[in-house]
Design a protein around this ligand. Structure first.
Ligand SMILES: NC(=O)c1ccc[n+]([C@@H]2O[C@H](COP(=O)([O-])OP(=O)(O)OC[C@H]3O[C@@H](n4cnc5c(N)ncnc54)[C@H](O)[C@@H]3O)[C@@H](O)[C@H]2O)c1
Ligand SMILES: O=C(O)C[C@H](O)C(=O)O
Length: 330
């Protein structure tokens, strides 16, 4: 018997990430090749004409799994009964900006959308925030949504998967190993240059990646800055922020969350439960495994002095961002 369709809300549907994302969701790459979806597309009033154009193209693909779609500029309509919400719509940064420079402007979007999700989404909704600064925007949406008592704080996540994928590719290049052979990588903390991509536990076909790399200077001087500043390098090269790779990471994040990671570690920005000394509630990149629609933090990893310094540095930035938005949450 055919499965019931899943309602997927996507914000910023007329934007560049939206254009890379929607067709892949509708073709079954996110929720499975046997899972019909209904797309609930949100964008600003002035973008509705462009959203209609995207919907015409979706229609022209004749995707067998696309069971319906709506476009709206009303968050209460977009999130109604949504089981998956991809919060992409927000202003992107330009050259010379840091993601946290977007906070004042973008934060308000997530207060409104958090309230709409809290009131209208399915109680077990899974939310991924892509719009920057994504950790703190996810924090805002979570804090507001849970006030309505229907949805669960643990289901609000921020996107660290692009950083995870970037780190995998850099390590594959350095070691000459295939990306698919690399296991047990983690990116701790904030989606910002302070993030800490940590390959101390990474293996490739049973070999330890730190031994294959065997170059501590490369870790500090090349790997960490390359992964941390990759978003800015793309803006510099393209004149626009990453889009297809961001959409790809969003697909990876939700697919693994819903369908399971088969025991493999993936990085998700999730509300801390206090693990590794990270204060509860902060949306922080952790190594997780996923099964049956739930994630579990990988426990028991040794944190050496260098790692603790890096983890604290990225945490401090998140604490500062949280302080910067506390008035919005009062
Ligand atoms: N977390 C990550 O790894 C990651 C990666 C890439 C981009 N991003 C972020 O994703 C966001 C979107 O990037 P983009 O390149 O698609 O931008 P874009 O400017 O191409 O598109 C943004 C879309 O969002 C819409 N929008 C703005 N405010 C909205 C609101 N209140 N409700 C609904 N829609 C709204 C705009 O009308 C536009 O259609 C940016 O904040 C960018 O920095 C995050
Ligand atoms: O860097 C940006 O502003 C966009 C995005 O967060 C990225 O990492 O590519």
């Amino acid at each position: 018997m055919a499965k019931a369709p899943v309602r997927v809300a996507v914000t910023g549907a007329a934007g560049q990430i939206g254009y890379s994302l929607l067709f892949r969701i509708a073709s079954g790459e996110m929720l499975g090749k046997d899972q019909p979806v209904i797309l609930q597309l949100l964008d600003l009033p002035q973008a509705q004409k462009a959203v209609k154009g995207v919907m015409m193209e979706l229609e022209d693909c004749a995707f067998p799994l696309l069971a319906g779609m709506i476009a709206t500029d009303d968050p209460n309509v977009a999130f109604k009964d949504a089981q998956v919400c991809l919060l992409v719509g927000a202003r992107p940064r330009g050259p010379g900006m840091e993601r946290k420079d977007l906070l004042t402007e973008n934060a308000k979007i997530f207060t409104v959308q958090g309230a709409a999700i809290g009131q209208h989404a399915a109680p077990d909704v899974k939310v991924l925030v892509v719009g920057n600064p994504c950790n703190t925007n996810a924090y805002i949406a979570k804090e507001i949504a849970v006030k309505y008592g229907r949805v669960s704080a643990k289901n609000f996540t921020g996107m660290l998967r692009l950083d995870h994928n970037r780190a995998l590719s850099q390590l594959a290049g350095k070691t000459g190993r295939e990306v698919s052979s690399l296991k047990n990588l983690v990116v701790w903390g904030n989606h910002s240059p302070t993030m800490y991509a940590d390959y101390r536990f990474t293996t490739s076909n049973g070999d330890k990646v730190p031994a294959l790399v065997n170059d501590e200077a490369w870790n500090r001087d090349v790997f960490l800055p390359t992964v941390g500043k990759r978003g800015a390098a793309i803006i510099e090269a393209r004149g626009l922020s990453s889009a297809a790779s961001a959409a790809n990471a969003a697909i990876d994040h939700i697919r693994d969350w819903v369908l399971g990671s088969n025991g493999e570690w993936v990085t998700m920005g999730i509300p801390s439960d206090g693990s590794y000394g990270i204060p509860e509630g902060i949306i922080y990149g952790f190594p997780v495994t996923t099964e049956n629609g739930e994630y579990k933090i990988v426990q028991g990893l040794e944190i050496d002095q260098f790692s603790r310094e890096r983890m604290t540095h990225t945490l401090n930035e998140l604490l500062e961002e949280r302080d910067g938005v506390k008035d919005l949450l009062a």
